[in-house]
Design a protein around this ligand. Sequence first.
Ligand SMILES: Nc1ncnc2c1ncn2[C@@H]1O[C@H](COP(=O)(O)OP(=O)(O)O)[C@@H](O)[C@H]1O
Ligand SMILES: [Mg+2]
Length: 344
Amino acid sequence: MSEPILQVRDLVKHFPVQQGIVFKKTIGHVRAVDGVSFDLNRGETLGIVGESGCGKSTLAQVLMRLEQPTSGSALFEGVDMFGKKSASQLRQLRRDMQIVLQDPYTSLNPRKTVGDIVGEPFEIHPEVAPKGDRQRRVQELLDIVGLNPEHVRRYPHQFSGGQRQRIGIARALALKPKVIVCDEPVSALDVSIQAQVMNLLGDLQSEFGLSYIFIAHDLGVVRHLSDRVGVMYLGKMVENGTEDQIYEHPQHPYTQALLSSVPVPDPSVRDRREAIRLTGDVPSPANPPSGCRFRTRCWKAQDICAEQEPELAVRRDGGRIDLELAEGHPSACHFAERHDHVVS
Ligand SMILES: Nc1ncnc2c1ncn2[C@@H]1O[C@H](COP(=O)(O)OP(=O)(O)O)[C@@H](O)[C@H]1O
Ligand SMILES: [Mg+2]
């Protein structure tokens, strides 16, 4: 059984919606992340998937402590991430978790050399690499991500999109983190380049024992890298399972709909799979539907779905409900199949 490195419970991030120019009045809240729970096991990848606007980047920002959570908790190696901490605990946490962002065109400072960009974390954490050793460390990092170490004095515009994403990955690796949050790192890249960057991330994971949270809007992208996948809809986690559970036995209608839009090369699999087309847009997170948030787009919806919010839970034969985020296959649907595919 794997051990969780990160345990997130009931995480909430609401953004106030304000009106007025001088006297701002809060007239509502965008419920970007609205009670998300999951475990990330050490050395594994948790894919997080959902359409645009479902709260994935907000979740990433809160986990990186770039945004304060409204409520909820997260334990990193058993230590409360959002509670009061000593300065040294904070520094360590900042080293241990790093982020790689989607857009390699805007996330790198165009006026800095690649060497300065990749070496920047050492300015903030000089204890990781003494000054005399930094140049060598930066070149080593470039080499690790498949870039030419001699290009250390070049500028970001002298690199292709895929190479720039490698620069972003090298910078994320500089402080030897334990967890890397990848927020759609390949979504802006050509399909042919996506696989190369995904392979690099996979290699780095085995080499350094990294744990990843890998965010994407498409279930197809995360499949090969993910040990587990969490599906998000409108600020909620609606299903969470192993790669096999999610792709072979999806329980939540939203997951089934997302899966049906993933291209399948094998015609026999394609024929067996129901074609489900998601219609309409994601409703506004400032005013989500009552009960189950997916009900306005769901073909299974009944009266109960508008009245009662289904909780994310494993439903066993006897109706017992549990959370089991590290090993089980919980889903949040009143009409999810009432059985569990337990993996050993
Ligand atoms: N700083 C912010 N202030 C107000 N609303 C925000 C802010 N950041 C994100 N949102 C809103 O939160 C919702 C979720 O956004 P986001 O986390 O970026 O979703 P995703 O990454 O899944 O596309 C969206 O409705 C977005 O407009
Ligand atoms: Mg996003």
